[in-house]
Ligand binder design. Structure first.
Ligand code: ATP
Ligand code: MG
Length: 795
């Protein structure tokens, strides 16, 4: 008779089917990009539910980003036709936050703990390095932070590190002191940094086996996507969770904490399924360890291994390029991906004179594809470093290409957003001294360093928190004006706290976060200070804060019972990994690291130059260039139908124009797979014809390609515009570039554009700042321009 999950197996190939239906303790699925690893994981969850082998609450699935978690949840829902609410599908970080929120009181934290992002932890480390005079020993905040982070990913703490460090080296001793002080400060502030979320959960499980058992009994099926990028702490977490409940915990030094006696094992450990591709391991710099895959069979004896080789995502041309590139890495198991969808279009190559030229090519191609019916949302532009987005954004705005920056969003890094969140944190977690210190004089209330120190000293002397010291202003010995300022701040925080943290278990209304945030920003005078300012940047800051208020509203809609702590958790996790909004209707821009696991019809790989990809910093790292190659491989394999690779021969960065060389990776793609619209040779003058696109754009001031000098300045026109200053992008709109807000334009008008020359307006659509002119240029043809900012004048 038919299996209850038969429909879930439809369309799967043999190995995929096996991966969905295998029932054993441990299953490892290793396969190349686009071979259905994530799909198989999703179907496996659906199958476990459908056959009633598992309740939703017994499933823990780990994905790489929050976005991927959302998609997987949605897919499972579609497959089994019912919501599976108790299921945990989340990132490592989110899963650990959920566990820690429940259990933190077991080891000296409260459930309202703050999550320090890397900026917060950098600020704290900076202070400690200064206090310990670390710079005299060559310790920098950045270097110290990254060392501490690496150690935590290895599950080392200051004490265990000290035991094996060379403590006759004074610099080592200072580092260890700073590490220990950092940990004490975090504990005092009731805070975890990102690495702690994982590491402390592991400590928790090891120190309190009866707590671990709760989760071991609960999660009977654990599934991990992108396993190649797990680090040791994550590996250990999974290992703890898959031990049989009641099994002996490993003895550990738990700093005086009690180790409970274990019950005899009653049940077997959870079943574990991991999927990964060692060719896509791109997080070694964060401690990811490919050995977690290669040694899986040793760690989980009797594990079943399934290989998937058929790729369902990309055309053969794209796959051939990917296979060719990755085969240059040594020390890997060769696996050849194949597809039966046919060769497809050739890969398109383009070399720009400058990054603006390159960006213009990307924008033009996107518009051309869009006209052919490709959705904007089905196109993505990748780059190696965040700063490369600026030139792209500038050109996209001018060309009215809708876009959205994904991942590592800068939004939550803005000073005003961090201020607003610090106000919320100060309410939710009064122990968080850093948040309080941050807002002490924001807006300016005359509370300077001297007063701040006085408050801190009073707190220390009386053994109370910084927050409680604030509430004791008469004892601080400051003048009446300052005392009033402190009292006002104290009152605002108390009022917000009454609103957002009602006493005695009563639930705050879902609107509490929105109301609390508005109250804090209003009554603290923060809004007023920005409104009174004449700095145009402050206008943008107000808009950003409005956006944050909108985020709280959306949060309340999605989480009717959500508290301020839930909100701060969501923000902390999202700010680290990916965006709140989706990119519907827009082209996605992101770094190659963020692109992992995603797929798009058309992909643009930009800045494929030496020093960028492979990145300069990789050169000195062991295995660095190989990791960069895997990054390039990840980028290529995101494309379904169309792949573009591009570079610029000059790149303006940090105010300097440098001459760039084509990346060695380009040469690793078989030449017959790339159709160069404009090859590096065209640009540097070694022959080839100037591209039509460039002629048409009038950007060819007579460079004929006859000069002998390869990268001579005479051949490489400098970028037309000065490199953009980031501060001029308050809302990603180059406000200083131009404002034609009130230009009266109508169909039939003739205009001149700085880049495209003269043209005739065919139509005007949209209104206000979103007014778009549809212009037919004499040289480059039809273009859509955002009237407000396009470099145009009326003739
Ligand atoms: P990556 O390594 O990039 O994470 P992956 O191995 O996780 O890739 P998926 O994202 O699961 O691959 O699948 C790639 C694409 O192939 C998806 O669009 C998926 O829907 C499709 N796909 C997977 N298996 C099949 C199948 N048997 N038949 C048709 N399409 C499939
Ligand atoms: Mg995947």
């Amino acid at each position: 008779e038919a299996r209850p999950d038969a429909d879930l197996l439809e369309g799967l190939n043999g190995p995929q089917r096996e991966a969905v239906t295998y029932r054993g303790q441990a299953l490892l699925i290793v396969a190349g990009a686009g071979s259905g690893k994530t799909s198989v994981l999703t179907r496996r969850i659906a199958s476990l539910l459908r056959t009633r082998e598992a309740y939703p609450s017994q499933i823990l699935a780990i994905t790489f980003t929050n976005k991927a978690a959302g998609e997987m949840r949605e897919r499972v829902h579609q497959l089994i036709g019912q919501r599976a609410d108790g299921m945990w599908i989340s990132t490592f970080h989110s899963a650990c936050v959920r566990i820690l929120r429940r259990e933190a009181q077991q080891f000296g934290f409260t459930k309202a703990f703050t999550i320090y992002d890397s900026g917060d932890s950098r600020a704290l480390i900076k202070r400690l390095v200064k206090e310990h005079e670390g710079d005299a020993f060559g310790l920098t905040p950045a270097g110290t932070q990254s060392r501490i982070s690496k150690l935590k990913n290895e599950l080392a703490d200051a004490e265990s590190y000290a035991r094996q460090a060379n403590t006759s080296d004074p610099a080592e001793r200072v580092f260890i002191e700073i590490f220990a002080a950092y940990q004490r400060e975090l504990q005092r502030a009731n805070a975890f940094d990102f690495d702690d979320l994982i590491a402390q959960t592991v400590y928790l499980f090891r120190a309190f086996p009866q707590v671990a058992d709760v989760y071991r009994k609960r999660f009977r099926h654990i599934l991990v996507d992108e396993y190649q990028d797990t680090n040791h702490a994550q590996y250990a977490l999974i290992h703890e969770l898959t031990r049989p409940p009641g099994s002996d915990a490993e003895p550990m030094s738990a700093g005086g904490m009690m180790i409970f006696e274990a019950e005899p094992a009653a049940e077997s450990g959870a079943s574990l399924t991991v999927v990964g591709d060692s060719d896509q391991s791109i997080y070694a710099f964060r401690g990811a360890d490919i050995r977690n895959i290669s040694e899986f069979e040793r760690d989980y004896p009797g594990a079943k291994v399934v290989l998937l080789e058929q790729n369902y995502r990309s055309t053969q041309n794209i796959l051939s390029a990917a296979n060719a590139v990755i085969s240059n890495n040594f020390d890997r198991k060769d696996k050849k991906l194949w597809t039966d969808v046919g060769a497809g279009d050739p890969i398109i190559g383009f070399t720009g004179y400058s990054q603006h030229d390159e960006a213009q090519f990307v924008a033009d191609e996107i518009e051309a594809l869009h006209r052919k019916g490709v959705d904007y949302a089905q196109m993505a532009v990748f780059y190696r470093t965040n700063s490369q987005s600026r030139a792209l954004e500038e050109i996209f705005i001018r060309s009215a290409v809708p876009y959205k920056i994904m991942g590592g969003t800068k939004f939550y890094e803005r000073a005003e957003i961090k201020d607003a969140l610090a106000y919320l944190v100060a309410v939710a977690n009064p122990a968080d001294e850093m948040a309080l210190r941050r807002i002490l004089n924001k807006p300016r209330r005359g509370i300077g360093d001297v007063t701040e120190t006085a408050i801190a000293r009073y707190a220390a002397e009386h053994g109370i928190t910084f927050r409680d010291a604030l509430a004791n202003s008469p004892q601080l010995g400051v003048g009446p004006k300052l005392q009033k300022a402190i009292d006002q701040l104290d009152a605002v925080l108390s009022e917000a706290s009454a609103l957002m943290l009602p006493a005695s278990g009563e639930l705050a209304p879902s609107t509490a976060v929105t109301e609390g945030l508005t109250l804090l920003l209003n009554k603290s005078g923060y809004f007023d200070a920005l409104r009174a300012s004449r700095d145009p940047q402050d206008e943008a800051r107000l808009e950003n804060l409005d956006e944050l208020v909108a985020v709280t509203r959306e949060f309340a809609r999605n989480n009717p019972d959500g508290t301020i702590i839930d909100f701060l958790t969501e923000v902390a996790l999202v700010a680290d990994a990916d965006d709140l909004d989706d990119a519907s209707g827009s082209v996605s821009l992101m770094t190659l690291h963020t692109a992992k696991g995603l797929e798009y019809d058309a992909v643009f790989l930009t800045g494929v130059e030496e020093d960028l990809l492979p990145h300069r910093i990789s050169a000195g790292e062991p295995g660095g260039p190989q990791e960069e190659r895997r990054l390039f491989y990840v980028g290529i394999t995101r494309a379904r139908k169309r792949l573009h690779v591009s570079l610029a021969m000059t790149r303006a960065q940090f105010g300097e124009v440098t001459v760039a060389m084509p990346s060695r990776f380009l040469q690793e793609i078989p030449a017959d797979l790339i159709d160069w619209r404009q090859s590096p040779g065209d640009v540097n003058g070694r022959g080839g014809t100037q591209s039509r696109a460039l002629n048409a754009r009038g950007r060819r001031p007579g460079q004929g390609g006859t000069s002998g000098s390869r990268y001579g300045d005479d051949l490489v026109p400098l970028p037309k515009r000065a490199p953009a200053d980031p501060s001029k992008f308050p809302n990603r709109i180059p406000a200083k570039v131009r404002d034609n807000g009130d230009m009266e334009l109508a169909a039939g008008d003739r205009i001149r554009h700085d880049d495209f020359g003269e043209g005739r307006v065919d139509a005007i659509t949209g209104e206000g700042a979103k007014r778009v002119a549809h212009v037919r240029f004499d040289t480059v043809g039809a273009k859509k321009l955002l009237v407000k900012i396009a470099p145009i004048s009326k003739l």
